[in-house]
Ligand binder design. Structure first.
Ligand code: GLN
Ligand code: ZN
Length: 775
């Protein structure tokens, strides 16, 4: 039931706080920075290309920051985050702040160019490594910490940003610089070989952060927000107390802004209680992926910045659920601010202009701009009472009800079929039986050679696809162009002497979007860009309803390719977990449910491919590890349903049909058993860079199926020579028996050039022939 009126008790409780913590009513944890029209992407890329100088780039950046602050204030927020802008990545910015940029970049004299060198590398220097930011699709640059890294505070950037914000905001709202906290920074950093764990140096950062808070106070920050999402991961008791000690020290700094520690992407768990007694003024909680702390947790010493609006998914907030959480907190905490669960970095800017979306679906969505209105509405409901906003709440409820009632969210035909398939077992014959049947059917040589699927996507292919999309090219011409491309790729593979061919995927803009566009229950946006890393943006499709496959999605292209050759052409599909991982997904049912529906559609496709004659079908799952929950206790359940969804997708075919899967990485760690659990007949993985390390891991985990550890690193334009590939093959043969070893590149070839691909594959085939002689 809607809650009447809001307790005002917290207003006076806040006075009991020793520090000048002006209560916050409405805010967001952070904002996107790429620009509503990807202005920053265009500007930095122009700068890298030499067509926009540093001054021009700075102007674009300043305009984006000003627009963003103004938008937050216009939306009614009373505290605005600053320091959320970045030319590339906020973790690299923090490394700069703490003097932790590796020494090797010091040779680049100019600050901005040195920063970009660390981010992207230059002619002489490789960039920092990049990896995923927790369980999101944002990628950060991994700081390298050496035993010799001498931390030092470089506050100029953050202070300049604060002064700029003060000018723009000019008293209309409080300013709250956002800084990655010391624990998260060190936990995300990696030690250089031979150096100790970065986290062991936590206490060295304390004085730097202490100095920073003083400087921020002196420059007029009312608050500072330290982002510590690492508190939502498993930490030892020692680590937690070390972190609490840092915050106790910061809280004891005499002249400082009020301190918020923001935890997101999950609950702080065991870390919460120790943190609450450090003297910090506020705790930011993610109340979407996490929950309101248990009743026995004493929140009376802090304000809670309550992340009730989902910062990483695209659905409108249920105001009643949110208000219930807010009301409960209001009775327990020294204050409650309405906020987003995490930074809005992870969602597109606005649904404005998304005119091609199904109008019903569009109403259910809240992107960044729309979420600001939700925060504001909830804050007014909480502080002025729900009566004062009854009409707005009513409108929000009506939209939510229309979503819940839409029959396309509960398609009984889909649900019934799914239940039946699951009931019937989704199980293939034994691995030995399959192996025999497939060997007979395929008659492949030992060490069969193949590729991962895509061939170089030339500008011409991209132009043709774009032309078809915007109507410049008709369907007949488009089909012809794609078929010509497929024919060229088949001819190339035949010339090279590869054993198992692919059609090359020219018709796919993206391995997830391609399928999302053909599935019922999925929508694509026109401008729903989200930063993936640096200037790279993605436009994740939106899974909004029950998923079904109106008609075959890949069979025609496969048939054409197979008609040109006697060698087997692999059917090529994206797996359900990867489709889910790279989409915005429904929040009204468990992820497993959505994954199973996608799996059923992919299963239907495998059955159709098989009926059309495909002897080998590859179902890629490069994102299997990406959705792995942050806490170990949740990982088993995830692996169970994700592996289950893959098996659902791949168990509809006969035992003589060979199922391949491809995983992009080789650091399997905690998922190694799950990979065996996928029960694929052949698994291709990345291995060239790590020099086949994975082969030993697979051996020791009892993995018994065939594997294709990559022998050609496709992430670099370098062409490996025959000797290099032969050496990798010999390494692989030490751990994998010859009758189970496949020979292939690390990943798809779409980002490479045709000339280098041809040369590299030639060497791959030559090295394989040499290895076969030695068998
Ligand atoms: N089949 C896809 C390709 O070759 C696989 C890409 C991937 O694993 N990311 O491009
Ligand atoms: Zn890959």
């Amino acid at each position: 039931a809607p809650v009447q009126g809001a307790p005002t008790a917290w207003t006076w409780k806040a006075d009991m706080n020793s520090i000048n913590s002006t209560p916050i009513k409405a805010t967001v944890a952070g904002v996107p920075r790429i620009g509503p029209r990807r202005e920053l992407k265009k500007a930095v890329e122009a700068h890298w290309a030499g067509t926009l100088d540093a001054v021009g780039l700075a102007e674009v950046a300043a305009q984006l920051r000003a627009d963003s602050w103004n938008q937050l204030i216009d939306a009614g927020l009373d505290s605005v985050p600053t320091n959320t802008f970045s030319y590339y990545d906020q973790v690299l910015d923090t490394a700069v702040l703490l003097g932790a940029v590796p020494e090797r970049y010091a040779a680049v004299a100019d600050d901005l160019e040195r920063y970009f060198a660390a981010a992207r590398g230059n002619d002489q220097l490789p960039p920092l490594e990049m990896t995923k930011w927790f369980d999101t699709n944002y990628h950060y640059l991994v700081p390298e910490i050496d035993d010799r890294t001498a931390f030092s505070l470089n506050p100029n950037g953050i202070l300049a940003d604060l002064r700029e914000a003060a000018q723009v905001v000019s008293g209309r709202a409080g300013l709250r610089p956002v800084v990655i906290g010391p624990a998260t920074f060190l936990k995300l950093a990696k030690a250089t070989p031979g150096s100790g764990e970065p986290f062991a140096r936590l206490s060295e950062l304390t004085p730097l952060y202490a100095e920073l808070v003083s400087l921020l106070a002196a420059d007029g920050a009312a608050w500072v927000q330290f982002d510590e999402p690492v508190l939502a991961t498993d930490l030892t008791a020692e680590e937690i107390s070390a972190i609490a000690e840092v915050y106790s020290t910061l809280a004891a700094v005499a002249d400082r802004p009020a301190i918020e520690v923001a935890v997101y992407f999950g609950d702080p768990g065991e870390a919460l209680a120790p943190l609450l007694v450090t003297g910090i003024d506020a705790i930011g909680l993610d109340l979407v992926s996490g929950s309101v702390p248990a009743g026995e947790v004493d929140l009376s010493a802090v304000q809670v910045v309550a992340g009730v609006v989902d910062g990483r998914n695209v659905w409108r907030t249920d105001p009643d659920t949110a208000l219930q959480k807010l009301q409960e907190l209001a009775g327990r905490a020294a204050g409650v601010a309405v906020s987003t669960s995490c930074s809005l970095l992870h969602v597109p800017y606005t649904t404005e202009g998304e005119d091609d979306l199904d109008p019903a679906v569009r109403r259910w969505l809240a992107f960044g701009t729309e979420k600001l209105s939700e925060v504001d509405l909830l804050a007014r409901a909480l502080n002025d009472g729900t009566d004062s906003v009854a009409a707005e709440l009513g409108a929000a409820r009506e939209i939510l009800a229309s979503r819940a009632a839409d029959p396309r969210l509960a398609n009984s035909a889909v649900r019934q079929r799914l239940a039946e398939v699951i009931e019937s077992g989704a199980q293939r014959g034994s691995a030995q039986v399959r192996e025999q049947l497939q060997a007979q059917r395929l008659g492949l040589p030992p060490l069969p050679t193949t590729t991962i699927g895509s061939f170089p996507q030339t500008p011409e292919i991209r132009r043709t696809r774009a032309g078809f999309k915007n109507g410049r090219i008709d369907e007949t011409a488009y089909t012809k162009a794609m078929q010509d491309e497929i024919a060229a790729v088949i001819e190339l593979q035949t010339e090279l002497g590869l054993d198992v061919l692919v059609h090359g995927e020219p018709e796919r803009n993206d391995m997830v979007q391609y399928f999302a566009e053909l599935l019922e229950g999925y929508a694509s946006t026109a401008n729903g860009w989200v930063q993936s890393y640096g200037s790279r943006c993605v436009r994740p499709p939106i899974l909004w309803g029950d998923v079904s496959r109106p008609e075959p999605m890949t069979v025609g292209w496969w048939q054409y390719a197979q008609s040109l050759t006697d060698k087997p052409v692999k059917g090529m599909l994206t797996g359900p977990v990867t489709i889910i991982a790279w989409s915005f997904v429904r929040d009204d049912q468990p992820l497993a449910e959505s994954a199973n529906q996608v799996a059923l559609a992919i299963r239907d496709e495998t059955v159709d491919l098989e009926a059309a004659g495909a002897a080998i079908i590859q179902v890629d799952e490069p994102a299997l590890r990406e959705l792995l929950p942050l806490r170990a206790a949740d990982q088993r359940a995830y692996l169970d349903w994700s592996v289950g969804a893959f098996r659902l997708a791949t168990s509809g075919v006969r035992d003589e049909t060979q199922v391949h899967t491809h995983l992009c990485y080789s650091e399997f760690g905690e998922v190694i058993d799950a990979i065996a659990g996928l029960d694929a007949d052949v698994t291709s993985i990345e291995a060239a860079r790590s020099k086949m390390e994975i082969v030993d891991d697979l051996g020791s985990s009892g993995f018994a199926a065939a594997v294709g550890p990559g022998v050609y690193d496709i992430h670099s334009p370098r062409v490996p020579d025959t000797a290099e590939v032969a050496e990798l093959l010999q390494l692989a043969l030490k751990g994998v028996p010859a009758n189970r070893l496949w020979v292939n590149p690390d990943c798809g070839l779409k980002t490479r050039g045709t000339t280098e691909v041809k040369a590299a594959l030639q060497n791959l085939v030559a090295a394989t022939e040499r290895a076969r002689e030695g068998l």
